[in-house]
Design a protein around this ligand. Structure first.
Ligand code: NAP
Ligand code: MG
Length: 493
């Protein structure tokens, strides 16, 4: 074993200028995971009143990582009460003081980046290269960004007097466990709200580590509360009468249920839901660059990405070339151990998600599509899916219309920009999209007409805390990130 250096070992500056770490495979032992976690309520970890615990697993090995408390209705009640109690003092604190806590959280995250990255990959299955270079640096960046807003809120909305809303009830999914927690927690605190957050059942560990870090940062008790559990815990939280604002990220099906249950209440809400993004390649694009972009768009995080480019549209004249290049590139992707720095595609997050993806592969074949998967050896244990593409699909195919949330791409062709736009917009979703072309005018024409909240040009899956994120149609309501992200946590009068 290598002896760990205390601070700067493996520290390097990545291209985005954010500090990130380079954990060697043997560093996996440095992630400290307790055997059992309680609920983080009122500034400390407590036993659940429900008396129940559930296991969280490593999806790459199927082995148990820890036991985690399952919050029942009484526990949610206690967490909301703690947040309510903390609200008056926290909301009256000068913005500059609140900002200091957020800066401290961001700096502590950077110091412990290695541990967070390793635990994120262990609990959720994503490649360490991604948790190390994308997730954790973005989490720190998010806290830094909103720390900067905390003392400038009165200038953000001219003519308005922004006031915090109260207690936020926040529910997040398993695909970016720590990043989604940061998207929820940082703006809520900057605006003077207190909160209760519920992580997803399969990936609770980094949120619990974040609770430890928040405690170490000296945040006043009860400002942040973290309750673990499954859907019933989430439901108890969003329906709790002591919650003033609901922030939900997850599936469209659950988002609809939440919207129904909130109708007629005084609660405000944001819903960040599913997607089925179109990635459009024109014949004048740099094709090699576009193929790299397609790989990043659909295989990043095993395709467990709400804004994944899961539908590819290629202009007919270059379709053969693009598909050939894409298949060649797919053969070089390494599927396997998430903690290996050379892994491109890690483990599927859970048995349930793998079953869902496998079900869609079967549906695609039954619908008459042609499937391609490169030959690759998959580990004997754990949940795995090779990178997959389908050609010969119809616009009405289920694999074209429905969110698969796995490393599965459906390819269609088009002749004119109008045809590409019509097909791209023809799904119930509207979260994101991508355009690849050499012509600036074409970029403006396409991005203006794609009905999607985020559109990338000659790149894909790039995130920045300063840019708002959110969807149209069944992809959700409201925006997170940037100045827009503040609005969701303020009463503006
Ligand atoms: P999900 O099943 O909707 O779950 C999301 C969260 O809600 C989990 O914490 C879940 O608990 C909880 N939950 C389940 N039922 C609930 C209920 N009735 N009331 C309140 N909470 C409830 O989604 P997922 O499978 O975890 O995540 C994948 C989905 O998230 C995809 O559709 C993806 O597109 C979407 N997503 C969207 C964005 C965005 O920004 N638009 C970002 C990331 C992901 P459990 O622990 O039991 O699951
Ligand atoms: Mg897990």
């Amino acid at each position: 074993m290598r002896t760990p250096e205390p601070t700067t070992d493996g520290l390097k500056l990545d291209f985005s200028g954010i500090w990130s770490y380079d954990p060697a495979p043997e560093d996996r032992g440095h992630a400290k995971i307790d055997a059992r976690y309680g609920l983080f309520i009122g500034g400390r970890f407590v036993e659940p009143k429900s008396g129940r615990y559930f296991d969280t697993h490593n999806p790459a090995t199927e082995s148990k990582l820890a036991e985690v408390a399952e919050a029942g209705a009484e526990d949610v009640d206690a967490a909301v009460a703690a947040a309510r109690k903390a609200f008056p003092a926290w909301s009256k604190l000068p913005g500059a003081e609140r900002g200091k806590y957020l800066f401290r959280i961001a700096r502590l995250l950077q110091e412990r980046a290695r541990e967070f990255a390793v635990i994120e990959s262990l609990d959720g299955g994503k490649p360490i290269r991604e948790s190390r270079d994308v997730d954790v640096p973005l989490v720190a960046a998010h806290f830094f960004y909103y720390a900067g807003w905390a003392d400038k809120l009165q200038y953000a909305f001219p003519g308005k007097t922004p006031k915090p809303i109260g207690v936020a009830g926040q529910v997040i999914p398993w695909n970016f466990p720590l990043l989604m927690a940061a998207w929820k927690i940082a703006p809520a605190l900057a605006c003077g709200n207190t909160l209760v957050l519920k992580p997803a059942e399969t990936t609770p560990l980094t949120a619990l580590k974040l609770a430890e870090l928040i405690r170490d940062a000296g945040l006043p008790d009860g400002v942040v509360n973290i309750v673990t559990g499954a859907g019933a815990t989430g439901s108890a939280l969003v329906n709790h009468p002591g919650v003033d604002k609901v922030a939900f990220t997850g599936s469209t099906a659950v988002g609809k249920k939440i919207m129904e249950s909130l109708a007629g209440t005084r609660k405000s809400y944001t819903l960040e839901l599913g997607g089925k993004a179109a990635n459009i390649i024109f014949e004048d694009a740099s094709l090699d660059q576009a193929v790299e972009g397609v790989v990043n768009a659909i295989f990043f995080n095993q395709g467990h990405v709400c804004c994944a480019g899961s539908r590819l549209f290629v202009q007919e004249s270059v379709a053969g070339t693009v598909i050939r290049k894409l298949k060649d590139r797919m053969q070089t992707l390494r599927v396997g151990d998430p903690l290996d720095k050379n892994t491109d595609i890690g483990a599927i997050n859970s048995r349930m998600q793998l079953d869902k993806i496998s079900g869609y592969l079967k549906i695609g074949l039954e619908e008459g599509a042609e499937m391609y998967q490169p030959a690759c050896e998959l580990p004997g244990k754990g949940y795995w899916c090779p990178p997959t593409l389908f050609t010969n699909v119809a616009q009405s195919s289920r694999i074209v219309q429905e969110e698969i949330f796995g490393p599965v791409l459906a390819i269609q062709t088009f002749r004119t920009p109008e045809e590409a736009l019509e097909k791209a917009n023809n799904t119930p979703y509207g979260l994101s999209g991508g355009v690849w072309t050499d012509k600036g005018s074409k970029i403006f024409k396409m991005t203006g007409k794609l009905r999607a909240g985020v559109v990338w040009a000659n790149t894909f899956n790039k995130f920045d805390p300063a840019s708002p994120f959110g969807g149209y149609k069944e992809s959700g309501v409201g925006r997170e990130g940037g100045l827009h992200g503040l609005m969701a946590y303020l009463n503006l009068e």
